[in-house]
Write a protein that binds this ligand. Sequence first.
Ligand SMILES: [Zn+2]
Length: 506
Amino acid sequence: MSGANYELVFARRRKADAAIQISIMDCFVTAFLAKTHATGSTSLSGSLILSGTGLLNLFGERPCAVGSYTRVMKIRSTVRTSSIVCACVVLASCAQSPPLPQTEVVTKTKNYSIVYSVTIEDGKDDTAQASIRVEQQSRRLRELRFTIDPKRHIDFTGDGNISESCGKLVWQPPRKGGTLSYDVRVSQQRQSGGYDALMKEKWALFRAGDVFPPAVARTTVGANSVARLDLDLPEGWSALTPYLSGDSKLSFPVDNPERRFDRPTGWILAGDIGVRRGLIADTRVAIGSPVGEGVHRMDIMAYLNWTLPTLRSVFPTLDSRLIVVSAGDPMWRGGLSGPGSLYVHADRPMISENGTSTMLHELVHVAMGVSGSAHDDWLVEGLAEYYSIKILRETGTLNGRRGTLALADLKKWGDPVDDLFVGRSSGPVTARATTLLAELDAYLIKESRGRRSLDNVVGRMIESKSPYNYRSLCVAAKKIARKPVPLLSPDVVPGAPAEAECMLMR
Ligand SMILES: [Zn+2]
């Protein structure tokens, strides 16, 4: 079993699955790898490097490129790592999102607590201080392995052992816990010039997942995190996050029931801000923007009133809480979704002249709540684009003729595409995918005389917890149509692998 498989397996485990453990055979593999690579160690702490290198290979990653370096920092305390610690160690998943660390809870259970803190100092440009504090009994949390951006996450210090190499930062907190601290350069400029994160004198807009990078946790069997996000902001600032506040206005329990290791993600807006709130289709909506940015929050609320009920009827996976954040230049002039949240530029029309809608496209992404390689990007993007148009039509926001014209434009744009199965779907590929889904929807409606549609196919995929990929689409469509769907045959879908299980569609 490769390391990549490990990650996949554990990432899919639910938090409730307490009995996850590495088999004896796997432990031997770990031990073997650790031992094998011990000779390659260069460093201050042989045992630490040995363990780290073993893990590196357990995850199937390549060793550092020539010229890269391995840095080991030993800060305030010393942790004596035993040579091989695999017998009762599990790997928790890398992460998405928000619970409440309390010493009492931690003592009575196998849980360990994590407090994620972000400090923004008054008048300080662009740099925030971040820290991760762990409280635990008997080394429940053995190690956190972060994928960092070395230009963005800098100056790591803390308790226990910290090592950094090839964009990975490994932190082994002390037995009873400790703190890892670092600086984060918040503002992030895209190649196109706009910013997808920005910190200014009076406000900051960023994704929590960029401040607290993705991590893989090694824990004892059955150990779960109880997490919280604390914001320490300048006087007079307030904040809007995808999480409900807990003990104080700037403290947010973070819990993702799908994961055993919680990490805050999603958009955060802090500063001198204005927020409009409402309850739409069982979803608590909050729309926020910095004061003076010219964001029409009530227009957005009205737009959500029109569209969210239909969106939720197709994608019941939409969370019960949604935040929409917006700001003007120099923020990026587009839209970006995150867990339970989305950003859209203040000048972005809610419906473009061609009948498409960035806002609704991003909302579909939020409702689908997917990311990662288990999904075919063309299908994820195609669904977001197709449903942004379909929902506008169904709600009467866009009349039938305009909806048809919007789809015709996309068909023309995507026609030359001969391969949907690209790593990242955009532009013509997404247009081609949208056309395929529109045709599939029309086919299902026609064949069932209006009784079934693509909505049922999406419902089927959600119900069976299938990833959004070609195979799942084929299987669900066949089930709903009660017969093979020729439109999804590999010789019709551009770039479809001939050996795909969708052969059954023939
Ligand atoms: Zn998209």
